[in-house]
Design a protein around this ligand. Structure first.
Ligand code: PEP
Ligand code: MG
Length: 543
């Protein structure tokens, strides 16, 4: 038994077998072979496996993003059967007597360079598709795809997982994930919480050399322990802990359908934060009163090209419809910092958290921003959608956003496309600048939501990704609480409601403080909704 100490995410424990994700090596070595027939067969078999894998992925994507959004997988299927691509690989195996992996790798290089050099933007972007299908083929040839154990839920182990990689993981197959790197406030960690997956991050690089597929392990999201090959006593200790946790959770379930109201009668909206449309299931299970933050940028991650207006519309409409008229706050894309999508072409930045992030990127790429706004307004017809803008620092930004929204509404009217004229617009207060000028900002919008993850990072100058400054990052720091209080006061003075959607909203040691400050809504990951309701119902402000 080996115990690794990391940081726990999501109060739960996972026990099961491990599946290790070792990222694909960038270069494939040239390896000579003697049996051409065998190598050709290996390639053909891998191709068939990839074709059926792509069909499964396509079917899943249709239910997530609609036919149009899933069309890319149809294109991938066609590309993998392309005659030129296949001839190149088969000829190389035959003429140069090289391994199928190396032949596919060489084809990937040749065809992606060819596409990259083309003038036409559509053809240019096919370069990434060639790389993707080739990578799938190489994974099948080298057995890397076998890291998900068939039909069994597993603990995913990796060096690190980006938010884009995490969103692509099939939740149905995952018990937990454990990473060598990572921090508690990273978007990967936040995503794990919103999907209700216990995770352990930052267990250190050494664990990667000691684990292998199929090993049994325990990931303790409470203590941050990752226990490899636990002994019998440890297993029975954790089995008891899991039972106790289930019992506690069952008690919380009795709060479903009840109001989130203090003993003296103050009602607080308890909403949920999510990162993808599938998490609506968790929102419903949690009995949240609405969605306080849908991080729309996750639609843009883990892919090679921009999602179209249709694809986005499908996702927003689905969320609005499934929430049956309950409030749904959709945040416009907050790409940048740890959430990177290469196809945006953001050049490398020294300090990406202080760089072209969130609204700054949207206002620099109005073409992309407008597509999202059109999709959001169109979806507003199907439920109670509210649009929220991230990373605001000035009134000028808000003015620019409001005028763009006006343009979009005019456009839709002219095209005869229906939308809800009463769609409310709000902003995130997550920079000290926004909190300080919240009096002026609240005259321009309908609501505020305080993003404490970034507000803390920017107020205390502590990079939320950097664990070495964690001890300087006092989440209860007076400066942060004063900014929150100031924001709520200014908003209420101007008739604007205020929520908190950063992770601090789930900190029940602060619930009473926030309610005393006058907060209207608290939005947390689904597993924390009932815990927060329980806390609120035990507060008596009259005392
Ligand atoms: C925040 O900053 O608190 C927030 C909710 O946004 P994100 O965590 O996505 O940056
Ligand atoms: Mg933020």
């Amino acid at each position: 038994m080996t115990i690794f100490e990391g940081k726990g995410i999501c109060d739960a424990v996972a026990m099961g077998r491990i599946s290790v994700i070792r990222k694909q090596k960038k270069e494939i070595e040239r390896k000579n072979i003697t049996d051409i027939k065998n190598e050709t067969e290996r390639f053909e078999n891998a191709k068939n496996e990839v074709l059926s894998e792509l069909e499964t992925v396509r079917e899943k994507a249709v239910s997530k993003v609609g036919e149009e959004g899933a069309a890319i997988f149809e294109i991938h299927k066609m590309m993998i059967e392309d005659e030129d691509y296949n001839d190149f690989i088969l000829n190389m195996i035959k003429d140069e007597k090289v391994s199928a992996e190396y032949a596919v790798f060489s084809a990937s290089k040749k065809f992606s360079e060819l596409f990259s050099s083309m003038e036409n933007a559509y053809m240019k972007s096919r370069a990434a598709d060639i790389k993707e299908i080739s990578e799938r083929l190489i994974n099948h040839l080298s057995g890397e795809n076998e890291n998900i154990i068939d039909g069994e839920q597993v603990i995913i182990c990796a060096k690190d997982l980006s938010p884009g990689e995490t969103i692509l993981l099939d939740k149905e197959k995952i018990l937990s994930f454990v990473t060598a790197k990572g921090s508690l406030n990273s978007h990967t960690a936040i995503l794990a919480k919103s999907m209700n997956i216990p995770a352990v991050v930052n267990v250190g690089d050494e664990f990667l050399s000691l684990i292998k597929n199929g090993d049994y392990a325990i990931a303790d999201g409470f203590s941050g322990k990752f226990i490899l090959n636990p002994d019998v006593e440890t297993i029975s200790y954790y089995e008891k802990k899991v039972d106790e946790y289930k019992e506690k959770n069952n008690l919380l379930l009795s709060l479903k359908g009840k109001e989130s109201k203090t003993i003296d009668g103050r009602r607080i909206d308890v909403f949920a934060n999510i990162g993808n449309a599938e998490s609506i299931k968790e929102v419903k299970e949690s009995d949240a009163d609405g969605i306080g933050l849908f991080r729309s940028e996750f639609i843009f991650l883990g892919r090679d090209d921009f999602p179209s207006e249709e694809e986005q519309f499908f996702v927003y409409k689905k969320i609005a419809e499934e929430m049956n008229g309950e409030k749904v706050i959709i945040r416009t894309l907050d790409i940048g910092a740890d959430k990177q999508a290469d196809y945006f072409g953001i050049s490398d930045e020294e300090n990406p958290a202080l760089g072209l992030r969130g609204i700054r990127l949207c206002l620099s790429r109005k073409d992309v921003f407008k597509i999202q706004l059109r999709a959001l307004y169109r979806a507003s017809e199907y439920g109670n959608i509210n649009i929220m803008f991230p990373m605001i620092t000035s009134e000028k930004e808000v003015d620019e956003i409001l005028s763009l929204c006006e343009d979009v509404r005019e456009e839709l009217k002219k095209e005869g496309i229906p939308f809800d004229e009463k769609t409310e617009l709000g902003i995130m207060i997550e920079t000290p600048a926004a909190a300080i000028i919240s009096d002026d900002l609240s005259k321009k919008v309908s609501f505020f939501s305080i993003g404490t993850n970034d507000l803390i990072q920017y107020t205390l100058a502590c990079d939320r990704q950097n664990l070495s400054v964690e001890k300087f990052c006092d989440t209860h720091h007076k400066a942060v609480l004063k900014l929150i209080e100031m924001t709520i006061k200014n908003a209420h003075k101007n008739g604007v409601w205020v929520g908190i959607c950063g992770e601090l909203a789930a900190d029940i040691s602060l619930t009473e403080t926030f309610i005393k400050m006058g907060v209207d809504e608290l939005s947390v990951s689904p597993p924390y909704v009932l815990k927060l309701r329980e806390r609120i119902r035990n507060i008596d402000l009259s005392k």
